[in-house]
Design a binder for this molecule. Structure first.
Ligand code: NAD
Length: 454
């Protein structure tokens, strides 16, 4: 009998060995089709809660910053903390205690001790900021134990895992949210507000990305450096598309009347991380002998079902100023955020065909969420947007309303990372986007940040 190709095993082996570069056409094609044949099953809206009891997993840089935010959000309570490093757990426990709450239970016995945390009966929400490969196992354990789950970006790093998140969220009726903090940045929210008011006309094109010189971070021998470097040695694609895509997707109503149709990625030559190692550690250093496969610049073009184009850039291995390259263009005007925010709207801007600063627009079109939360968010991570995302999540659960982002947002953004690797591996092949929503994307619905800004 002909042996059946087991897609899940294959994808797992690709992910583990990092050898997804020589994949046959047949295998590649079999990875694309939509997997779930059952109709879309929305997660039912929950009951209001008096408190949101949180189990936090992974309290490194970003996790600790979320814990700090959550301690300031009324109604949030951290009841358990997990990290493989015991001192990090203790640090988080101390923070919670110092803020006047009961000392949370600590979990640091093994790499999978989050399983015990997920099994606790007094946790409503599991929230993880672990390295990428742990997001999906933790999300699945949380939902299978009846908890809502929030994960740092990207939610998943294989297509199979994207489907598993969708399946499990629908099966368990639990939210699975990818915490895309850049959706809440001040300028991005102003742009969204203006898009929704029709100021740019009909959407036509957008640009975005993650352009951040991570050479020193990736050559750090501890913390995030270790796992980020490892991915750059085994994967060539846009490893981190969500920060730029999140806000742009919202402007284009992706999953809410629009969807990604297809995409193609191109990778440049690979130089930056190796040259940095030679310069910093010497040509005979162990670092200089490490081999990287990640292109210095990865460029992806996405076509949407409604006919817009999006150019996504990933650029983390060369000297450069930070940018997320946000640009949104419609039939009536254009706005960009970097290097500094500029706007042009035909018939509104003072001078024809000339950029102008956004200051006046910000006064008029600031998103109501920023009006409400700017003061409370002062001093929080990434200019305050991290506090706003944490506040919005807890508040939705307290009120028993739908959170701002759902599992489909999580997997659509994450899948761009996976497909960009596949596209490059296939010689820049244009790939069809899997429909994680099974047609639900055609239903127009408004974003919660627009219908429930308060
Ligand atoms: N949204 C943002 O702006 C932003 C910024 C930075 C990082 N991140 C994301 O946050 C996540 C963490 O990044 P970071 O920079 O904080 O990294 P980090 O290495 O500083 O923190 C990760 C933590 O997870 C712990 N950990 C590792 N394996 C674990 C396991 N099996 N169980 C429990 N704990 C485990 C580590 O000990 C560490 O404390 C990543 O997904 C990253 O992409 C997002």
């Amino acid at each position: 009998m002909k042996k059946q190709f087991n897609r899940r095993d294959f994808i797992k082996s690709v992910a583990l060995t990092g050898v997804g570069l020589a994949v046959s056409d047949e295998l590649m094609a079999s990875m694309q089709p939509d997997r779930i044949t059952s109709p879309y099953q929305p997660v039912p809206v929950g009951e209001p809660m008096k408190k949101v009891r949180i189990g936090y997993v992974g309290v490194g840089l970003q996790g600790t910053s979320h814990v700090e935010n959550l301690l300031k959000v009324e109604g949030a309570e951290i009841v358990a903390v997990c990290d493989i490093i015991e001192s990090k757990v203790q640090n988080a426990q101390d923070m919670v205690e110092k803020a006047g709450f009961k000392r949370p239970e600590g979990y640091s016995k093994s790499e999978v001790d989050w399983q015990r945390l997920c099994e606790r009966s007094d946790v409503d929400l599991v929230y993880t900021a672990t390295p990428w490969q742990w997001h999906v196992p933790i999300c699945l354990a949380a939902m299978n134990n009846g908890k809502h789950v929030a994960t740092e970006v990207p939610a998943a790093i294989t297509l199979d895992d994207c489907w598993k998140l969708v399946e499990t969220s629908e099966k368990t009726g639990k939210y699975c949210i990818m915490m895309e903090n850049c959706n809440y940045d001040k300028v991005e929210m102003m742009i969204l507000n203006m898009v929704k008011k029709g100021m740019f006309g009909e959407m036509v094109h957008a640009e975005c990305g993650y352009l951040h010189d991570l050479r020193s971070v990736k050559h750090d021998m501890k913390g995030e450096g270790v796992w980020r470097r490892d991915f750059s040695m085994h994967h060539n694609g846009d490893l981190y598309p969500t920060h730029g895509l999140g806000p742009v997707m919202q402007c284009m109503d992706i999953n809410r009347g629009n969807y990604f149709d297809s995409m193609v990625s191109f990778g440049s030559k690979t130089r930056g991380l190796h040259e940095y190692a030679i310069e910093k550690f010497g040509p005979d250093s162990p670092q200089a002998r490490e081999k990287f496969v990640l292109s210095d610049v990865v460029t992806t073009v996405i076509k949407t079902m409604n006919g817009e184009t999006i150019v996504v850039t990933h650029d983390t291995s060369l000297p450069r100023p930070y940018s997320r390259n946000i640009l949104v263009q419609g039939t009536r005007g254009i706005v960009r955020k970097y290097p500094e925010p500029k706007i042009y709207i035909e018939g509104v801007s003072k001078t024809d065909d000339q950029w102008e600063p956004i200051n006046e627009y910000l006064k008029k079109y600031q998103h109501p969420i920023w009006e409400e939360l700017e003061t409370a968010s002062k001093g929080a991570g990434h200019g305050g947007m991290d506090y706003i995302e944490d506040y919005r999540l807890v508040n939705a659960l307290l009120k028993g309303i739908e959170p701002d982002m759902d599992v489909y947002d999580a997997v659509v953004m994450s899948a761009v990372r996976v497909l960009s690797e596949q596209s490059i591996a296939k010689g820049n092949k244009t790939l069809k986007f899997p429909d994680f929503t099974r047609g639900m994307w055609k239903n127009k619905r408004e974003l919660m940040v627009m219908t429930n800004p308060g």
